[in-house]
Design a protein around this ligand. Structure first.
Ligand code: FES
Ligand code: MG
Length: 582
């Protein structure tokens, strides 16, 4: 741990504005002290101590966070022992599995809730408990906007799945066995058994899906205690990590080490390097751009493509890797071990929540299994897992996780089969009358940030049944949607601008030729410009998806995928008055 500069005095704590310095500090502090007694606390238990908000995304509906009620207790234990005063705040849970149309619609809502809770209550520092996909970026976006000291406690991966002697990855194997069922290779009885084997403990998905990618990004940014992100959710080490986070946050408040000291341009560059070297989820592209925006750091799609060319994929974790799951990754050395392989690509002089430099944090980090965390000479893939495409079909960019695609499709020209929206696609894609062949390019539109709405994870369009039965398991698919981090296939995603706002995807017609060339980083619609201009004249914008409520606000404010899908009014710079200033 770093040497602490002189601690802040009681009067310098933000919470002292609420509690005052003495009994006669004023009516408001009299009231706040009386109400804290009402909570059952003695004045000597809390007055003058840093108030630590423990923001908890636990909910009965979120299986990935079902252990976070107990973990919050461990965090509080650490806070008390360090001389702080912990207060737990339940915040919106974003359950990837259950929330429709997609929890992405609500990421910015949790970010707003996080920001406003931390600002409006007597809080000196925060511990953020999250992990299921969108919760990590949402909590960090909100906390970055308030800029208090904060530590992130990742929920940790669930235990590996098991079924008939096989190790199962949540998500990834769900898609795989669902396809096997559609192809007639397994029956209902096997599916029922799989229901019990796929996800068998609390914790987030244990593949290198969106959750594991984003919690690793949080650790790489420096906002967790070292090694936190891969600790299995039900390991007793997870409790200890939670307590350590509670101990640490009190020290951070005393040092006044705010998030802005941690979330620098160098930190975001390292987080990008990390997610690419892990072969992580494409969702990280959107979330990291949005998180950087809140920290005042400009991060672009081109940064991802540039960095991808410099970093090999070293994590042999499914779905990008062949074999292993997050528990294997953890015991192979976890993120510190992984980062120790790429120190030449990182900014080692920047601070983290626990150390003055990342260099100091990584001292002693080791890899214990070189098949799980590969060496630079023996990578899973020579380049980072995500490529950014440009071309007349995606003027503002698109992404593809090419390491999870069939190599022969990475350069492909084929005729488009266009679906205007997800429901139409679901209804018609298996109809043999469409005459879809393995060479066709499946195009789905109406699934972007505004059109989806919320960019649902529709991007891994199903292979038509008749092709699946012939053994076809991958085709080129293009959409303005996202894809689950546990998915795979030659899926071009995040096409920007989206079709709903009139992006060129809106102009594609069935039969048009489309060329994908990942090596050249291009995606082209082989239709002359004059013809596209003619089609554009005939195009009319679709009606608003929501007439009222949160969805209407979302539709008005959401930005496109290439800029992170934040709300425009949250992403823009500007000051917010302190609640006690008025
Ligand atoms: Fe929660 Fe996958 S469903 S992380
Ligand atoms: Mg997911």
């Amino acid at each position: 741990m770093s040497g602490a500069p002189e601690g802040r005095t009681r009067q310098e704590l933000r919470s002292s504005q609420w509690y005052g310095e003495s009994v006669s500090s004023g009516l408001r502090s009299f009231s706040h002290r009386a109400r804290t007694r009402q909570l059952g606390y003695l004045p000597e238990e809390h007055l003058g101590k840093p108030v630590i908000a423990v923001l908890n995304t636990w909910s009965d509906i979120n299986p990935c966070h079902s252990h976070l009620r107990e973990r919050a207790q461990a965090v509080k234990r650490g806070v008390w022992q360090a001389g702080g005063f912990p207060l737990e705040f339940p915040v919106s849970t974003l359950s990837e599995t259950f929330q429709k149309p997609t929890p992405m619609l609500y990421r910015n809502l949790l970010a707003m809730e996080t920001e406003e809770l931390l600002r409006s209550y007597p809080v000196d520092g925060a511990v953020l408990l999250g992990g299921c996909d969108k919760t990590t970026p949402a909590l960090l976006m909100g906390a970055a906007s308030v800029d208090l000291p904060a530590v992130f406690v990742p929920a940790g991966p669930m235990l590996p799945g098991h079924w008939r002697g096989e190790t199962l990855g949540s998500g990834t194997d769900m898609w795989k066995y669902w396809d096997d069922h559609r192809a007639g290779l397994i029956g209902d009885c096997e599916l029922t058994e799989l229901e019990s084997g796929l996800a068998r403990s609390p914790g987030h998905c244990m593949t290198m899906g969106t959750a594991s990618t984003l919690t690793a990004a949080a650790e790489a940014l420096g906002v967790t205690v070292p090694g936190a992100s891969s600790i299995p959710a039900v390991d007793s080490g997870h409790d200890r990590m939670a307590a350590a986070s509670g101990l640490r946050i009190v020290e951070l408040v005393r040092q006044d080490r705010r998030l802005s000291r941690i979330l620098t341009a160098d930190a975001f560059a390292d987080a990008v390097t990390t997610v690419l070297g892990l072969g992580g989820s494409t969702n990280a592209v959107i979330h990291l751009i949005a998180m950087a925006g809140r920290a005042g750091v400009e991060l672009t799609l081109d940064d991802f493509d540039r960095i991808a060319r410099t970093v090999p994929v070293l994590a042999n974790v499914r779905p990008g890797g062949q074999r292993y799951l997050m528990e294997d990754f953890h015991f192979a050395g976890g993120l510190p071990g992984f980062l120790s392989r790429i120190t030449d690509l990182l900014h080692l002089d920047r601070p983290t929540v626990c150390h003055d430099t990342l260099r100091e944090q990584l001292a002693g980090a080791r890899v214990h299994d070189a098949d799980v965390i590969r060496t630079r000479d023996d990578p899973v893939a020579a380049e980072g897992g995500v490529a950014v495409l440009r071309g007349n079909l995606c003027p503002d960019g698109a992404v593809i996780k090419h390491i999870a695609a069939e190599p022969h499709l990475l350069r492909h020209t084929g005729p488009a089969v266009v679906f205007d929206d997800y429901r139409t696609m679901q209804r018609t894609i298996h109809d043999p009358a469409l005459g879809i062949t393995p060479d066709h390019v499946l195009v789905l539109r109406g699934s972007g940030p505004k059109g989806g709405p919320g960019m649902p994870e529709y991007g891994m369009l199903p292979i038509p049944d008749h092709l699946l039965k012939q053994g076809v398991r991958d085709m080129v698919r293009i959409s303005d949607a996202r894809m689950s981090g546990t998915s795979y296939g030659t899926c071009v995603l995040h096409v920007a601008p989206e079709s709903y706002v009139g992006g060129p995807l809106a102009l594609v017609r069935t039969g048009d030729l489309i060329t994908l060339d990942v090596a050249a980083r291009t995606l082209r619609l082989e239709v002359p410009d004059e013809e596209l201009a003619r089609r554009r004249e005939q195009w009319t914008p679709p009606p608003a998806r929501y007439e009222r409520g949160y969805g209407a606000l979302y539709g008005e404010q959401i930005t496109q995928a290439d800029t992170g899908c934040d709300f425009a009014f949250l992403a823009r710079p500007g000051t917010v008055p302190d609640p006690y200033a008025g």
